[in-house]
Design a protein around this ligand. Sequence first.
Ligand code: TLP
Length: 345
Amino acid sequence: MQTIDLRSDTVTWPTEAMRAAMAAAVVGDDVYGEDPTVNQLEHEAAALFGKEAGLFVTSGTQGNLAALLAHCERGSEIITGDKAHTFMYEAGGMAALGGIMPHTVPVQADGTLRLDDIRAAIRGNNEHFPRTRLITLENTQGTVGGQPLSVAYTQQVGDIARQHGLKFHIDGARIFNAAAAAGVPVRALAEPADSLTFCLSKGLCAPAGSVLVGSRAFIQEARRARKMLGGGLRQAGVLAAAGLIALHEMSQRLHEDHAHAACLAEGLRTVPGVRVLSQATNFVFFWLEEEAALSPAAFAAALRAQHIIVSPYPGHERKFRCVLHYWITRERVEMVIQAMRQVLG
Ligand code: TLP
């Protein structure tokens, strides 16, 4: 990769090993359930997460929506963070396609939802109210800085869900980052949840795809939802082959990205006009001060001239998010710090 693209870990390219595996993949028609590589990926993902079954989906958005459609009927309500990806960045799919109402509670700076807020959002049994069906968490929580949620916290939310007969879904787009940060296996973070979506195409470098895991009966329902959403792919083994490498190999190295994020944050603290807001897992958020030598647009343009891509966070002119990933080595982190010092110096 020539450029140093810090906008997201979604920009990652597939590795050489992935490209070779994709070329050699054994395939079949997955809508018939006959793609052996997709079947292997689904099977391995389910086992890794301690669930009965898995479903290969085109994206994190599709996985979350298929899960919500499988868990909830029209007119029901889900409890979700007010800064959750499902609520903010999935084009209102749950409402548009599922007739599902989001009941939001504030996401705290550490990525959690307060347990009391969750409890207070659960509707009583009253014919005037929508029916609460599900609680959803995001791990890591992106909008507040890639914050990892702990096993203990996830268990507490799971307990609330069980006590109230609710389903519990985790948007685990970056669950392997959360697991690496906590030093626990992903199954420990998934255990209290009925379902979880994780992405192969972010820090794990696969070109496309996510996996939804849960019980066999739930996945059967989600498979129907996936079909309805146009996500029934045919020889998808070419993508699943890259997904298997993501699962086996790329999931094991994310602590490197976290170390690079810490290194970037440390370097940015020495750059004039830059205020580091947070660093957690593979995310660094910083603020470009009013007194900085360049405007946000000029800053981004000056870096782009040096083949470094950063962009302000949507809706925040001076707030930038840098996401570290496989293609940003330690050496490249140093290049970024130097370039920022130079353009703002
Ligand atoms: N997030 C993208 C953008 O959409 C914001 C990014 O660059 O971070 N859950 C979470 C927590 C996510 O961050 C994302 C993607 C998704 C779900 C959706 O995944 P995709 O893009 O595969 O639909």
